[in-house]
Design a protein around this ligand. Structure first.
Ligand SMILES: *Cc1c(COP(=O)(O)O)cnc(C)c1O
Length: 375
C-alpha cells in the first residue's frame, strides 16, 4: 500500500487560522514564565495553552481550537487506557537571532504521524492540520519560545482513542493535541558521551510489530531493560532485531550511526521495526553533501563486535530531536565491553552536530529548505 500524502500547498498562515483561539484567564505571570524558561528541565514545564482537535467516525476531524493547558477529562473506559491506541510526535520551535520562530522539517513529522496513526488504526490527520495546530499553538504561546544557543520550545503532538468502549476495535472517538515545553541544552555542562548496553534479553519491537510507528507502547516496552541497564551504570539500551544472528536496530528513542576509521559512515538500514528518524535522514543528507560514503546496512551484532575490536569503528553516536546528536563512549553486552574513541566525543560526530544545530538555529544557510517559519 503506497501512501497518498497530500502536498503542503496551503500556507502555514491559512492552516493556523483554522484554529479558534480561546485564551486562558490565568496565564503564568511573565516573571515566573521567564524564570522557568531560564532553567528549563526537559519536559517538566508546559506553556499556557494547547492545541486540540476532535474526531469521530461520522464527522471526521472537527473543532480546531487553542485552549488553556490543563487536565483532560476522559471516561475511565476510554480505549487509550486499556488498549494503548495512541501515537505521538516530537519536534522543536527555534528562535533565531532576529526573533523569528522556525521549525525543522515539520512535513516529515506530519507524514510520520499519518503512518503511525495507520499502524495503530487511528484516523489520519492531514499535513496542513498537523502544521496548523503547531503554528497556532506557537503563535499563541510565542513568549514561551526561549532564546539561547541550544534552547527551543519542544512540541509534543499526540493522538489518543477517547471513546468509552471496552470492545476491541478501533475507537470511534479520538483527540489530537499539541502541548509545548521550553527546553534548554540537553546536556548541562557540555555534550558528554553516553554508555550503551546492548540488550540480548529484551526487544522493543519485532518484525511486523509497531517498531516503525511512534507509539507509547514501544516506549513502555523499553523501560524495564532501561532500568536493568541503569543499575549496571549504563545510560541507554541499544536494541537488536530479535532474529537469529541478531542485527543492531536503535536505542529506545534514538537512531544510531557508526563512523569508521577510514571515514565512511554506516547506520542500520530501515528494517520495518526501526523508527524513521527525521534527524537520522537529515544526517544522512549532510554526510552525503560532504562527499563522504554513507550507507544504510544490515549490521549484525557479530560484525559490529568485530569492527569494534579491530578498531575499524572510530566513533559512534545516537541521534534524535531531543538531544540532536549524542556521542557514544562505550558499547557493551554480555560478551564484550569496548570504549570508543577513548570515551571522548568524536571530532566528526561533534562537527556534524554543530552543522545540524547551526542550520536549525539559523546560523548557517538552509540549503535544503528544511526550515518552516511559524512566527
Ligand atoms: C522519535 C524517535 C527517534 C528519533 O526520531 P527524530 O525524528 O529524529 O526525532 C528514534 N527512535 C525512536 C524509537 C523514536 O521514537
Amino acid at each position: 500500500m503506497s501512501l497518498q500524502l497530500e502536498t503542503l500547498n496551503t500556507s502555514v498562515d491559512e492552516a493556523a487560522q483554522q484554529f479558534a483561539i480561546n485564551l486562558t484567564d490565568t496565564p503564568l505571570p511573565a516573571d515566573e514564565r521567564e524564570a522557568l524558561k531560564a532553567e528549563p528541565k526537559f519536559g517538566t514545564v508546559f506553556s499556557d495553552h494547547m492545541a486540540r482537535m476532535s474526531w469521530n467516525n461520522t464527522d471526521g476531524w472537527n473543532n480546531r481550537r487553542i485552549e488553556k493547558y490543563g487536565p483532560l477529562s476522559l471516561a475511565p473506559a476510554a480505549a487509550v487506557f486499556h488498549y494503548g491506541q495512541e501515537v505521538f510526535e516530537g519536534l522543536k520551535a527555534y528562535r533565531h537571532a532576529d526573533g523569528s520562530v522556525w521549525t525543522f522539517r515539520p512535513e516529515e513529522n506530519a507524514k510520520r504521524y499519518i503512518r503511525s496513526a495507520r499502524r495503530l488504526a487511528l484516523p489520519e490527520l492531514s499535513v496542513d492540520d498537523f502544521i496548523g495546530s503547531i503554528a497556532a499553538l506557537v503563535r499563541t504561546d510565542i513568549e514561551w519560545v526561549p532564546t539561547g544557543e541550544e534552547a527551543a520550545l519542544y512540541l509534543r503532538p499526540f493522538m489518543i482513542a477517547t471513546e468509552a468502549f471496552l470492545g476491541v476495535r478501533p475507537a470511534y472517538e479520538v483527540e489530537h493535541l499539541v502541548i509545548s515545553s521550553p527546553v534548554g541544552p540537553y546536556f548541562s555542562g557540555g555534550v558528554h558521551p553516553v554508555n550503551i548496553w546492548i540488550s540480548q534479553e529484551y526487544a522493543r519491537a519485532s518484525r511486523g510489530g509497531t517498531g516503525e510507528a511512534k507509539c507509547g507502547g514501544n516506549y513502555a516496552a523499553s523501560l524495564l531493560p532501561q532500568i536493568a541497564a541503569a543499575k549496571d551504570g549504563f545510560d541507554q539500551v541499544c536494541f537488536l532485531d530479535g532474529q537469529a544472528d541478531p542485527a543492531i536496530e536503535e536505542l529506545g528513542g534514538m537512531n544510531v550511526f557508526f563512523v569508521k576509521a577510514n571515514g565512511d559512515v554506516v547506520t542500520p538500514a530501515l528494517s520495518g521495526s526501526i523508527l524513521r528518524g527525521v534527524t537520522r535522514s537529515s544526517i544522512l543528507q549532510l554526510i552525503e553533501d560532504r562527499g563522504i560514503k554513507v550507507s544504510e546496512e544490515h549490521i549484525t551484532l557479530a560484525s559490529l563486535r568485530a569492527m569494534l575490536e579491530s578498531g575499524e569503528i572510530a566513533e559512534a553516536f545516537a541521534c534524535g530531536t531531543a538531544a540532536v546528536i549524542t556521542p557514544i563512549g562505550r558499547l557493551a553486552d554480555n560478551d564484550f565491553d569496548i570504549t570508543i574513541n577513548g570515551g571522548e566525543p568524536g571530532k566528526f560526530t561533534m562537527d556534524i552536530r554543530e552543522e545540524l544545530t547551526d542550520i536549525q538555529n539559523g546560523r548557517r544557510p538552509d540549503r535544503h529548505n528544511w526550515l518552516t517559519r511559524l512566527a
